[in-house]
Design a protein around this ligand. Structure first.
Ligand code: C2E
Ligand code: CA
Ligand code: CA
Ligand code: CA
Length: 279
């Protein structure tokens, strides 16, 4: 399938704040080759259950093993993919690779759910749900072990196609997670009636939640809201034991962050034991 807009709008985009048009076109051309040559890799970050901090699942995070520039983070190439038709084949590659990896860890006895990031454009494209359906059938993966992370802005406004896609994916049994929650300034009413299994609180609110009363108020109300909607709530970007403890006390269901584990290739996924601070 293809995104709604084509490669032509890359020039328009590149003329704005993003820098030199030839840079964007270069990244786009190289990325096309990268997909053909299998230069992308997936690393996985553990998602832990609270309070125990055992691994419930992992989130796939894409990187590009660039032949000259080394291992590139997603911020170096996702914008170019988003603003061309390449986000469609990129997400297809990620989903396929991730489901193959999941079969690998399932074979070693790990029952981790798999979370995959999906862009607004993917949800908007007509063939996306069909692609996921066919891929699940082909790989034999269980829909309820797959979670797709979408941002709240992807579901806001008149995103009719995205809303329909999310409902269809939910009906398949695939989990839907609302990523970066709290950063989108969208009305909560947009989430009503959608099959949301998880809300992920953005790192911006988690980073100082053990110390800042406003972040505390926001995180508490997101937890209450998520539970009220029947969703689980995950805090991202947890870096300290103090924040971990605060989240446990507040009733947060799951957490992710450098405290527990950084993204790594799946055979290396493990969680650090949480060291108790000296009091
Ligand atoms: P995200 O989905 O919000 O993913 C979390 C990002 O925060 C990851 O960065 C992760 O490495 C980082 N992170 C995790 N724990 C901590 C922590 O404790 N502290 C700090 N400072 N950072 C932490 P990464 O891998 O660079 O990914 C950045 C973004 O790129 C992701 O944000 C996601 O929006 C996007 N992305 C990554 N992989 C994919 C993909 O396969 N498809 C799509 N469409 N987007 C992706
Ligand atoms: Ca995510
Ligand atoms: Ca996030
Ligand atoms: Ca984020």
């Amino acid at each position: 399938y293809q995104g709604k807009r084509g490669a032509e709008d890359i020039v328009v985009f590149a003329g704005g704040a993003a820098g030199h048009p030839h840079q964007w076109l270069k990244v786009q051309a190289e990325l096309r080759h990268a997909l053909e040559r299998d230069e992308l890799v997936l690393w996985y970050q553990p998602k832990v259950g609270l309070p125990g901090a055992g691994i419930n699942g992992v989130e796939a995070l894409v990187r590009w093993q660039h032949p000259e520039r080394g291992l590139l983070p997603p911020c170096e190439f996702l914008p170019a993919a988003e603003h061309s038709g390449l986000i469609a084949p990129l997400t297809e590659w990620v989903l396929r690779r991730a489901l193959i990896d999941q079969a690998g860890w399932t074979a070693t006895g790990q029952d981790w759910t798999l979370s995959v990031n999906v862009s607004a454009r993917n949800l908007d494209a007509p063939g996306f749900v069909g692609y996921v359906t066919a891929l699940l059938a082909e790989t034999g993966a269980r829909p309820d072990r797959l979670m797709l992370e979408v941002t709240e802005t992807a579901l806001a406004g008149d995103a009719d196609n995205a809303v329909r896609a999310v409902k269809e994916l939910g009906a398949l049994g695939v989990g839907i997670s609302v990523d970066d929650f709290g950063t989108g300034y969208t009305s909560l009413s947009h989430l009503r009636g959608l099959p949301i299994s998880e809300i992920k609180i953005d790192r911006a609110f988690v980073a100082d939640v053990d110390a800042d009363p406003q972040s505390q108020a926001i995180v508490r109300s997101v937890i209450e809201l998520a539970h009220g909607l029947g969703s689980r709530v995950t805090a991202e970007g947890v870096e300290t034991v103090e924040i971990h403890r605060w989240l446990v006390d507040a009733g947060c269901d799951e957490a992710q962050g450098y405290l527990y584990g950084r993204p790594v290739p799946w055979p290396q996924v493990a969680v650090e034991p949480i060291a108790e601070p000296i009091t």
